[in-house]
Each structure stands twice: as C-alpha cells, then as structure tokens.
Design a protein around this ligand. Structure first.
Ligand code: AMP
Length: 437
C-alpha cells in the first residue's frame, strides 16, 4: 500500500485508490500541503502543472467531503473547460472508494443537463467561473454548505479576465470556508487577492532552483526570420519527437506552420481559437491517441490543456514573458519523466530571452542547428536503440524462428556482419523507420 500517503493523514479509501493508480510517494508539494489542507487551513501555493498539484488539493477535498450529505461541499474554479474536465477526472479517480460524487460544469454544454446533475447531488463541483456564476444566479448551484473553495491556475484565471466572476464567487461563499489558491506564478494581482481573502494562510513558494525542473532540458536556437522554418524542420528531424506542442504567436502562423509540417511528413494539426469547441477537442483527442505527433497552438488555445507524456514543447515564437514560458514548458517533463523545451530566438528576441531567464531563474542552453550529417547520425542512433530493445525483449519470440532460418541461409553466401549492416541500411531507408518507438 501507498503508506507514505497514510502518514499524511489521508483515509484508507483514498490511499487504496492511490495504490491502484500506482502512486507510491507524495510529491514535494503534496507532502507539504496535504496535512495542512486536511486541517482545514487556508493555503497560497505556487505550483506548476506537473508537480502533482491536482492531487495536492484534490485528495484533501475528497477526504473532507461527507458522502452522506448530497450538498456541494467543495468548489474548484479552473480557467478553462479542458482543465475543469481534467481536474474533475483526477478527483473522480481519487474518490473511487470514498462514495463522493464529483461534477464538472462549464460553458459550451447545455446548462439544463448540468442543472439536472446538480439536483441529483454532488459533493465536489469543478467548474469555469462564468458557468459557475450562471448556475449560482439560477439558484441551481447552492454554496451554503460549501466548506472549501479552490482556485486552480489562479494566475491564468485572472489573465483571462475572470477577476470579477472570481470576486463574486468568493464573496458568495460562506465566511468560514477554507480557501485555497494554486498558481504557477505569484504576480501582484494574485498576492493582492490572497491578502484580501485568505485567513492566516500558509504560503508555499518555490525557490527558483526548485521551480526550474531539472527533468526538462532547455535549449535555444538562434535563428533569423528567413531560416527559422528550415531550422525547425531540422530540429524536428533530429529530435523525432513522440509528441511535440509547438507555440506560435498568432492563429495564422499556427495554421501555416501546421501545413508546412504536414508537407514535411509530420502528423501535425493546428489548435487555436478559431476552431470551435468540438473541433478543438477532436484535435486534442487525436493528439492523445498519438494519431498526431505535432500540435501547433497559440497560448490561448493551449491553456489548461493536459496531455501526459508530452516529449517536447517548442517555442517557435518566444512567449511574452517568464510566466508564460513557465506555463508552456510545464507541459513536458511531467512526474519525473524527462522532457525537452526548445526555443527559437530571433535577433530581436535577445532582450526578451534575458527577461525569461531572469524570471525563471533558468538558463537556456544555446544549441547549434543540426546539419544533415548530424540528423543522419541521430536517426541511426535511434534505429540501433530500437534494435537493442527488440533484441532484449524478443529472445523467445517464436516468429524469430523463420527469420533465423533466413539469416542461416544468407550466411552460407555472406559475412554475418555484412548482412546485419546492409539490413540496417535498408531499414533506415524505409520512411517512418527512424525508431521513435
Ligand atoms: P499535475 O501537476 O496535477 O498536473 O499532475 C501531473 C501528473 O503527475 C499527473 O499525471 C498525475 O496523475 C501524476 N501524479 C501526481 N501525483 C503523483 C504521485 N504522488 N506519484 C506519481 N504520479 C503522480
């Protein structure tokens, strides 16, 4: 059993759910915040996506909810529909054995259905500020029994202009409620809101060196406007990413780049605000199912988006500032897996690059755009790696009998080393055989 979680004070049904999920050890943010939140205290926590923040606030919410009481006891506000759904799904898995009901509410879905579901009863509601307020005004969402209110990605919520909705919801909650803020960054606006509403909170901030996730390799390529597209093509060829999220500044650039990448043979699509909700979800679905390996997105469209195992985040256009940079690259290198964050900097970007480095406390390592020869070397390395994995795994594969026979026949004519080398050459000439797994 995941006993380290019991030691934090979590109940047996929750620990059992974590055990089934394969969580063995609490992450640092979970370690610090769970006992405190179980105690009903207010918290202001700086934590990015990938730190285990959802469980940090979600687990105490489940344990502090009374399944016998059908009223809403906890409300989580999230900036986007995608994040609301993702947080709701996470809490749903944690509450599997607790008998607690979790409900997502967000715009874009018929409000009647959400009203019906609320009437049926839910202890935890996760929603976007606009729809939450709408349902409160229709007297469908009643906060009188609310014990905990969580703001997830609070900085994004304010960036997206939800301050008034958030204020109204905060004011409508019972005065004795527990209040919890999670935010990737702590700009003045968040600190001000916290100072106004939180009562003797614990503040968890991360020193720059902890924030700068070591699992993420951060590189920068200096390019000019003319050679940037070709530089990206080469970097992608050398990296062969399993799943890359590429950021552009504008929708038009996202469309153009996605098209160029398709021409290059990538399974790429654009994701931006001009696509309606269902088209956006369809793109995300294909990305998650790995039918796409590249998505080109604008910041707005990518907000709150969760995709596990993202291998690369690429800033084709540099983000506006350090906060936005942290948000973008937080999507790779999750839960201890390694990730790569690549940025392209134009000659006019040098100042902004320094600002980003200063704001994040990290260094972006300058890298050389790979040559055709280097790309070839990388492809070969991947092929050899793939071969090695297969050799280790397939020793007893009955299908190999047939191939061994073929090799046996060839050996009567040729040298074994020559056979293997020639076969590798052929394998590499085959399109799509770069060995990305
Ligand atoms: P989050 O920061 O909430 O977006 O979580 C990032 C990822 O880490 C999610 O896929 C979680 O399921 C996973 N995760 C969270 N806590 C743990 C843990 N203690 N052990 C293993 N994985 C975790």
């Amino acid at each position: 059993m995941a006993t380290a979680f019991s030691a934090l004070g979590l109940s047996e049904p929750v620990v059992k759910a974590l055990d089934e999920l394969g969580f063995e050890q609490p992450t640092p943010i979970q370690q610090k915040s769970i006992p405190f939140l179980l105690d009903g205290r207010d918290l202001l926590a700086q934590a990015q996506t990938g730190t285990g923040k959802t469980a940090a606030f979600g687990l105490p919410l489940v344990d502090r909810s009374d399944p016998q009481d059908a009223r809403v006891q906890a409300l989580v506000l999230a900036p986007t529909r995608e994040l609301a759904v993702q947080v709701c799904e996470a809490i749903h898995t944690y509450s599997k054995h607790s008998g607690v009901r979790v409900l997502p509410i967000y715009g874009g879905q018929p409000i009647d259905r959400q009203m019906r579901r609320l009437r049926a009863g839910a202890q935890i509601v996760v929603g976007t500020p606009g729809r939450v307020l709408d349902l409160m005004r229709r007297s469908s969402l009643d906060l009188t029994a609310l014990r905990t209110l969580v703001l997830d990605e609070a900085d994004q919520m304010l960036d997206m202009g939800f301050i008034e909705e958030v204020q109204t919801i905060l004011d409508a909650a019972p005065p004795e409620r527990q209040l919890v803020f999670f935010s990737a960054t702590l700009p003045a606006s968040i600190r001000k809101l916290a100072a106004r509403h939180l009562r003797t909170p614990m503040t968890l901030t991360m020193p720059a060196e902890e924030r700068d996730t070591p699992a993420i390799a951060q590189r920068v390529y200096f390019v000019n406007f003319k050679n940037r597209a070709q530089a990206l093509t080469r970097v992608l060829a050398a990296e062969d990413p399993a799943s890359a999220l590429i950021f552009t500044r504008t929708k038009q650039a996202a469309d153009e780049l996605a098209e160029q990448l398709q021409d290059d043979g990538h399974r790429a699509e654009a994701l931006h605000g001009d696509l309606n909700q269902s088209a956006r979800e369809a793109v995300l679905g294909r990305f998650r199912r790995q039918q796409l390996n590249v998505v080109v997105a604008t910041d707005v469209a990518a907000r709150g988006l969760d995709i596990a195992d993202l291998s690369h985040v690429i800033n084709y256009d540099l983000p506006q500032d350090g906060e936005s940079y942290i948000h973008r690259i937080g999507r790779t290198g999750r839960a201890g897996r390694s990730g790569v964050a690549i940025s392209f900097a134009l000659p006019t970007d040098r100042y902004r690059l320094r600002l980003i480095e200063r704001a994040t406390g990290s260094t972006l390592v300058p890298a050389k755009i790979p040559s055709a020869g280097e790309i070839q070397v990388r492809r070969t390395e991947r092929l050899v790696e793939q071969l090695r994995r297969q050799l280790q795994a397939d020793e007893s594969d009955p299908n190999l009998v047939l191939y061994r026979e073929v090799v046996g026949q060839l050996r009567e004519e040729f040298d074994l080393g020559d056979i293997a080398a020639t076969f590798l050459k052929l394998a590499q000439q085959r399109p799509g055989s770069t060995g990305s797994g």
